[in-house]
Design a protein around this ligand. Sequence first.
Ligand code: MN
Length: 133
Amino acid sequence: MAKILIVEDNPANMKLACLLLHSAGHEVLCAVDAESGLTLARAAQPALILMDIQLPGMDGLAATQLLKQDPATAAIPVIALTAMAMKEDQEKTRAAGCDAYIAKPLRYQELYAAIDALLSRAAPQAAGPAHPH
Ligand code: MN
């Protein structure tokens, strides 16, 4: 399926996200902080990134801004993961350049739907019905 990078510092959340992505047939890369996530994103060129917003040191918003400023990683869709499902936080993730937003705890239907939407947007020739006109 797709190569997906998870940047998440909480071991339980990381384990759940890995399990859900493996179950969907994806290849999973893991980073436990923003700095190693940025390095891995540049080196491995994942198809998509799941970015926890609350990370030790650099947070997920700052990391996403750097990803979107770097031509090597700007095209990779980023899904923000946050424990706070408040509207102002959602707006902050959009402002930072995140392409989608999921509130934790992760629900597999919501996660799969967000991933499928972004992957099909990134590669429209590979998914979805063809438009006749
Ligand atoms: Mn966290």
